[in-house]
Design a protein around this ligand. Sequence first.
Ligand SMILES: Cc1ncc(COP(=O)(O)O)c(C=O)c1O
Ligand SMILES: CC(=O)OC[C@H](N)C(=O)O
Length: 359
Amino acid sequence: MLSLLRASRLAHSYQLQAGKRGLASASAGPGFVNAVGNTPLIYLKTLSEQTGCHILGKAEFQNPGGSVKDRAAIGIIQDAEEKGLIQPGGTVVEGTAGNTGIGLAHVCRSKGYKCVIFMPNTQSQEKIDLLRMLGAEVHPVPANYNHQAREYAATLPNTIWTDQFDNTANMGAHYLTTGPEIWEQTQGKVDAFVCATGTGGTLAGVGKYLKEKSGGKVQVWLADPPGSVLHAYLSSGGKLVERKGSSITEGIGQGRVTDNLATFINDVDGSLTISDEKSIVMLYQLLDTEGLYLGASTALNVVAAVEVAQKLGKGSTIVTALCDGAYRYQSRLFSKQWLRSKELYDVIPDHLKKYAVLD
Ligand SMILES: Cc1ncc(COP(=O)(O)O)c(C=O)c1O
Ligand SMILES: CC(=O)OC[C@H](N)C(=O)O
């Protein structure tokens, strides 16, 4: 078991570095774009003590647009600008579960572009409302949101479809920023990185950087929610099965190997599937023991980090992504009625049920 003194020294060192980096970035330049990145690496104390490992979460919810997708949004838009694909006053169109759209809507406001979003009509109302408050035109649609975005973009002049799933400027943003930040904040003392994938940009970009920097030593694991096919794909040596089932997590889960993920999939060391039951309990536990109010994809990532820690053994350091806050989903995740409709209320331990304050 990690001694308390050692744990607190470690925590201090991570926060110190994060603090220095935060200050540096705050003075780096004006506007939304310059405020993205350089997020703290949070030492998750209780889980680290329980496992005898160092479980660290990259605080992507602290980006100014509130999620890990701010980085991809900037990377993709800057790439399009450099390639001359969009001119001042142009329009940005994307198919998204919400967070990429929110990142893009911020970037569009800061650069004077119009933003049009197609998203599945299954996503939380909070994300739809936020997109509209950020000035985006939002189309919640029953199916094929990404194709609809592509087709709509093709009808307008000076318009780009940002194509987050297959545009590798997405993983490039994580290769250039998130990966190096994690390496620097851990001073290269990282044994594994694990996270779930939507587009696969975070996993591929961070994974590629950490593998290169460590000469292949850092293990990279993929975590899948129910209804995603990538765990089956990886554990069967590359067979794509049909999508079945669903998850309470939003923004993650895939039915195919996207071009972003394809840049790295052959280097993934292992994969896990994490049930919604485990994710919801972890979501409440993170709130109760760490004081962190985080979304369900993050809870899943942290469960996966604990499982990878147990596989690697005591003393190992595992990093994952804390993708966004629970604010975006609170009418669902803290509602007794909604949790019951998903058969998840009863799995929450009695001492944590007090957090489910909405009816
Ligand atoms: C809440 C949340 N978690 C995780 C992800 C997955 O990130 P990526 O698209 O880099 O795989 C997303 C995508 O936006 C998301 O919204
Ligand atoms: C469901 C999914 O893959 O979403 C992609 C990305 N995470 C987004 O929020 O747009």
